[in-house]
Design a protein around this ligand. Sequence first.
Ligand code: AMP
Ligand code: ZN
Ligand code: FE
Ligand code: FE
Length: 275
Amino acid sequence: MRIDLHTHSHRSDGTDSPTELVRNAAQAGLDVVALTDHDATTGWQEALAAGDGLDVVVVPGIEISTTFQGESVHLLGYGFDPDHPPLVEELHRVLDGRDQRLPRILARLAEHGIEITEADVALQSGSAAASGRPHVADAMVAKGYIGHRDEAFQGWLNSRGKAYVGRYAAPLLETIRLLKAAGGSAVVAHPWSRGSDRVLTSAAFEELAAAGLDGIEADHVDHDDWSRRGLRDIARGLDLVVTGSSDYHGTGKSSAFHLGANLTDPAEYERLLGH
Ligand code: AMP
Ligand code: ZN
Ligand code: FE
Ligand code: FE
């Protein structure tokens, strides 16, 4: 069984449509693929329909932008009720934060002679529930300012970049509780990448587990072997599930993030989602 529990379509900042993503997952020999767009569930229906005709199980999911002790933490959610009112409300706040950030990023870029309009970004983010930094990067590529999406994250849009602007993120502990209340499962995505490694200590995971956390994504491209082992140890100590995934974004990220780049053990998948 080949199980990949974290991927993005163009309903957030991936480049495949949900249908293309599911077809590519089947092509890559995956048995299970979770669609986990940033802060949105708008791709679920299309992805589930695409899975119907194929030999691949589609797990509806999400990757929510949250904050914990001042650091950004990504929280994966699976199999929850997408209409659970308090969760819908919180996701609206996050999506609004994305839209409010966009003109401020563009103003910063303009100060440095990079002229991108909201319409330029909308051409890139057309199918997405809201804009993200990768769409701004794509607009910079389209206008010839840079050659590839990644270049925008070297000095412009990364957290210390000249055009970086923060945005609203959901409080982590409460978001875990919201996912649980909506009947879903919650897993911390790539906990020890960029910044969040400073706050996600084993003591912090104890607090998250008490709030209802189900699992830890240990096997991710951003983690070296030492991090993977450390996270597995923490998961074992707290009886949390360990997952692995690609964080596939289509052509929006390097080939290191290809479908199936990291996999989830079938027994862990069973524990997480009870299939
Ligand atoms: P946002 O959701 O708008 O805050 O942008 C964050 C997204 O940008 C992440 O989910 C990644 O998909 C992408 N990203 C972040 N850092 C980089 C990077 N250094 N290179 C390429 N993409 C990145
Ligand atoms: Zn992304
Ligand atoms: Fe993430
Ligand atoms: Fe992701």
